[in-house]
Design a protein around this ligand. Structure first.
Ligand SMILES: Nc1ncnc2c1ncn2[C@@H]1O[C@H](COP(=O)(O)OP(=O)(O)OP(=O)(O)O)[C@@H](O)[C@H]1O
Ligand SMILES: [K+]
Ligand SMILES: [Mg+2]
Length: 687
């Protein structure tokens, strides 16, 4: 199942745009002619205003004084300008489409939810999910949707969570452990029945949060996007001023200049290509994270992922498979193997972690006995702070297992005894294999070591190498001992590691990196990861994690796969690169258009300028129209690239920069010469 998930994330299906999405985008693109929306994009707003002026000139060609331009010519310019704006609208509408469709389906799920509330009298009443309050108890039968987020307080059932996570395999829900007992509103009970205590207020559920994220309620322009918008606006303003200055020059030269031609010149020179596609690129970046089954709180988080300098990775479960299996038992000298086996078993009676379950299974296989001792025994859960877990038996025996250092400290502190002389050497032997040694103690008497083996995730070494090429430093952080940590860090090829780290130290590490001006990303799932997730520039929380972790993060992975942090970095980088590449292309493009339009404007007054007509365009009018048509057509031509992103390879930022400058800069310079000439040839057939 894990594998299928990974595959789906790497090849997110459905990259095509169906007829339905295209139809919806068409309708939305018409709505976007609204000036209130247009003014948010200054470059396209100039085109929009230009279209109104040329429309006025279509009605009265002599509006701004006598002109040789015909109403028909001005009308054609108007149509091209309107289409240019419409293409930009369409790009944005298309980028927004999938998110809107997903939000609509989630909304649909949300409004249909009803609940069977259990009253204090024991009676059951049917209410709208919106009427539920925190602390209410609801009953959900087989075939019913869970009305709201809650904790299972009775029953065990299979639940279909695919409407939230996209994962079709059902999940078992029961009382007890953190993950298994928490249920999400909107999911479907497939078997049996559950009684649930409501933990979220209506409007604050995970489904509500998802709708908010997907709909982009919080979708604002990212800092990078704002900076680029400002730059493009300034550039646009400069061109408007420059072209406005052409008019007096023309008058001085007694050249009669048509205002529609001046507007055409402005539109050709201002960076309309990137202006039209900028917001689509950002939305497509968020959309791509969604197709990788991650939910981003904002484009800012995705963008930050693209700029990340340091990646903090957990060892267990991120770099390794995380399903640690007990594989060996090493008694210290003077203690029997049988005693160690039995103690390891008893220590794990209540430990439901993978480590605990595999330890008890292994101990049973090695001859541990399940006796009456387990009655009335009390379990102590594992915690990352104590690094231990264990069982207190009714006969007074206190059994603990945990990290070797932690157990050695604990017996010293609590019983005043020093650990066996050969403990450290045994532990080191296990650790040198990359396994995790756990010491087992009964009433302060350390009996020996259980070795937990873990395997590296396939491809992790390549991933670390790719990240290094991109200039990203990888730091493995683990609660495990330094020897195991060193071995795993070397095998994984990460740049650095921190061992014996508790959650507090993770937070400190992030702060230290940020203090050096670095952007930091990390993954986590526990409540004690929440501060670090909030502190990191990119905090990726697991869907199976606790609510505080999900709230503190700015991205949630619905597959709960920590390695997706690596995909996220690629998505962010690709988004930044696409923006850069199309900006380069757009500006290079405009330079070329200059050669088409400027000679055309002055050719009558200054025949000497004709040698500037390097493209040999047919007539001044067809030159201007060809440039404008090219300027419009390049937008839809680049929509697929804007939405899909430029080809991305893990290389250094510098190498990528030069490659893009070459491809999109030179390409952008050459394309208009070819395109405009071609359009001019076609036009001259008709004119
Ligand atoms: N169920 C358990 N019972 C007792 N001790 C455990 C248990 N699970 C882990 N430990 C010990 O506690 C240590 C710290 O655990 P913690 O979860 O903080 O780190 P980790 O799992 O080794 O690595 P990571 O920080 O990458 O998750 C482990 O290395 C191990 O020695
Ligand atoms: K342009
Ligand atoms: Mg752990």
């Amino acid at each position: 199942m894990k594998k299928a998930q990974a595959q789906r994330s790497r090849n997110p299906g459905g990259t095509g745009y169906g007829a339905e999405l295209l139809g919806q985008a068409f309708i939305d693109s018409l709505r976007k002619f609204d000036p209130v929306l247009q003014i948010r994009n200054p470059v396209m707003f100039v085109v929009w205003v230009g279209a109104w002026i040329t429309l006025a000139l279509t009605i009265d060609p002599d509006l701004f004084g006598p002109s040789h331009a015909s109403a028909r010519y001005n009308g054609v310019v108007t149509v091209i300008l309107v289409i240019t704006v419409w293409f930009a609208n369409f790009a944005e509408a298309l980028a927004e489409g999938r998110g809107k469709a997903k939000a609509a389906s989630l909304r649909h799920t949300a409004v249909e939810l009803t609940a069977s509330r259990i009253l204090p009298t024991g009676q059951v009443e049917t209410v709208q999910a919106g009427k539920l309050r925190k602390g209410d108890t609801v009953r959900v039968l087989k075939g019913e949707h869970i009305p709201i987020d809650g904790t299972v307080i009775e029953g065990t059932a299979y639940v279909d969570e695919s409407m939230i996570t996209g994962e079709s395999a059902p999940v078992i829900k029961a009382t007890g452990s953190d993950i298994a007992s928490s249920v999400t509103g909107g999911t479907l009970v497939l078997s049996d029945a559950l009684v649930i205590e409501v933990t979220a207020a209506p409007g604050e559920t995970f489904l509500d949060r998802m709708i908010g994220l997907v709909e982009g309620a919080k979708r604002q322009k990212t800092p990078n996007e704002i900076a680029l918008t400002v730059l493009l606006s300034v550039l646009t303003l400069i061109f408007v001023i420059v072209v406005a200055a052409v008019a007096p020059v023309a008058r001085y030269l007694h050249a009669q200049i048509n205002v529609a031609d001046l507007i055409a010149l402005i539109v050709a020179l201002i960076p309309t290509t990137i202006g039209a596609l900028l917001s689509a690129i950002g939305i497509a970046g968020i959309d791509r994270t969604m197709r990788f089954n991650m939910l981003a709180a904002s484009g800012k988080a995705v963008e930050a992922a693209g700029d990340v300098n340091t990646l903090i990775l957990d060892k267990t479960g991120t770099i390794t498979m995380g399903n640690r299996q007990a594989t060996e038992l090493h008694p210290v000298s003077g203690r029997t193997r049988a005693a160690l086996v039995q103690a390891a078993y008893l220590a794990s009676l209540f430990d439901s972690t993978p480590e605990g379950r595999s330890t008890s299974a292994f101990a049973l296989a090695q001859g541990a006995k399940d006796g009456p001792e387990r009655d009335k025994a009390v379990g102590t859960d594992f915690s990352a702070e104590t690094r231990m877990s264990g069982t207190d038996l009714v006969d007074g025996r206190v059994i603990r297992k945990g990290a070797v250092g932690a157990v050695a400290n604990y017996v010293g502190r609590t019983y005043g005894v020093s650990p066996p002389a050969d403990l450290q050497a045994l532990a080191e032997k296990v650790a040198l294999k990359g396994a995790t040694p756990l010491a087992v103690a009964v009433n302060g008497d350390i009996l020996g070591i259980v070795a937990l083996s873990d395997v590296l995730k396939p491809g992790i070494h390549d991933r670390a190498a790719q990240l290094r090429t991109m200039g990203i430093r990888t730091v493995m952080v683990t609660g495990d001992n330094p020897v195991t940590a060193r071995v795993i860090a070397a095998e994984a090829g990460v740049d650095d590691f921190v061992s014996e780290a508790d959650p507090e130290e993770k937070l400190k590490l992030i702060r230290a990196e940020q203090a050096q001006g670095r952007l930091v990303a990390m993954t986590g799932d526990g409540t004690n990861d929440a501060p670090a997730l909030a502190q990191a520039d990119v905090g990726l929380a697991m869907y199976t994690g606790t609510m505080p972790a999900k709230e503190a993060s700015n991205i949630i992975d619905l597959d709960s796969d920590p390695t997706k942090l690596l995909d996220l970095v690629s998505i962010g980088k690709q988004m930044l690169m696409t923006r850069g590449a199309l900006t380069t292309f757009s500006i290079a493009n405009d330079v070329a258009k200059y050669f088409a339009i400027l000679p055309a404007l002055f050719i009558v007054a200054l025949p000497g300028l004709s040698h500037l007509n390097v493209m040999g365009l047919a007539t001044p009018q067809s030159a201007i129209l060809s440039a404008l048509i090219f300027n419009a057509l390049i937008i839809p031509a680049l929509i697929p690239l804007a939405l899909r992103g430029v080809r991305f390879q893990p290389r250094s930022a510098e190498a990528m920069f030069y490659r893009n400058l070459l491809v999109y800069g030179v390409g952008g310079l050459v394309a208009p010469f070819v395109g405009i000439k071609l359009i001019d040839l076609i036009l001259s057939l008709f004119l």
